[in-house]
Design a protein around this ligand. Sequence first.
Ligand code: SAH
Ligand code: SF4
Length: 362
Amino acid sequence: MQPASSPPLLNLYDLPRTALGEMLAGWGFSAFHRDALWEALYRQQVQSLDALDGVLRPDLVKLLRERACLRRPSVHHETFSSDGYTHKLLLRMDDGQTIETVLMRFKGRATVCISTQAGCAMGCVFCATGQMGLVRHLSPGEIVAQVLHVTGILRQSGESLRNIVLMGMGEPLHNYDGTMEAVDILVDQLGLAIGPRFITLSTVGVVPGIRRLADEDRPVQLAVSLHGATDAERAALVPVGKRWLLDELMEACRYYSEKRKRRIFFEWTLIAGKNDTPQQAHALGQLLQGMDAHVNVIPLNPTVGFGGTPSDPAAVRAFQDVLASYGLPSTVRQRRGIDIDAGCGQLKAAVERPRRSLPATR
Ligand code: SAH
Ligand code: SF4
């Protein structure tokens, strides 16, 4: 038990390997000890500091016990889709906040969708997380712990994690530093060693963040959520479309493309009668023509706070055909696990609905 006056214990999962090394160097331990601790955290994936006894030097373990901790969220609620592929977790952090993490297993390629914030400030009208508002940013350790939780689950059946998508609750580029430190930890070759091409960061279009990402060359694939190809149509669904107009957003995307020489994915949630018309598909085609772009169309997952419905399959196909006429490849992304509220923010909304006295119908 910590005395009331001592500083809070440092969560080791919050530190990339360089920062961990600087801390240990200050305590008189070399990079060799840093790497031994790192491997224990991310290769062996120890669950507590007690498990470091006999692994690290006793004086280091003693200092870690006095000054640090391994903070992991607990499972507040979990559901499995009827097809067995999707496992959705509502994880609870120390301060009682809950966030969503979704594990999808498909043909031996496991993907986890993780959150970067509790809630979200961006207010997209169709999104359950946006309907909640922002509570707070997640720390790097809270982002990393979601991945550790699912690698723990996968290890039980001898599976490993392949893809990470930053498409859970929150806007990753609004929590830029926390997210990028987490990415540094996830790709570290001595630890989880997730391939940089296998991490996808999805943003609502935070222009300064996209430019910073282009300048820093972080090892992620970029996905930009558009949903509208004119400022007025986009802003009706994505309020920050008023802050960063499409001209400015597309200029940032082109800057990213040119600097990083990487394809950008664009996401488009298809809502019947709202943004699924041929005229909007043509506008999108014109907007992206000539770019190294791929469009992911996602039929709407209905949420309590938004009256829209998903586009029917014929409208989805027609939309894709128009994009193809501009030379734009596209893929339909089903939000898998709809039967378990597996849309962004939906499990939290469903579980906490009685307390938040939201309408009970969906
Ligand atoms: N904040 C980031 C990442 C989280 S949302 C972003 O907006 O990109 C990940 C993706 O899910 C976004 O493309 C978002 O528009 C989409 N999405 C959110 N709620 C949805 C819903 N109810 N139905 C379909 N797609 C949704
Ligand atoms: Fe936030 Fe993304 Fe949801 Fe928009 S879609 S409210 S940016 S989480």
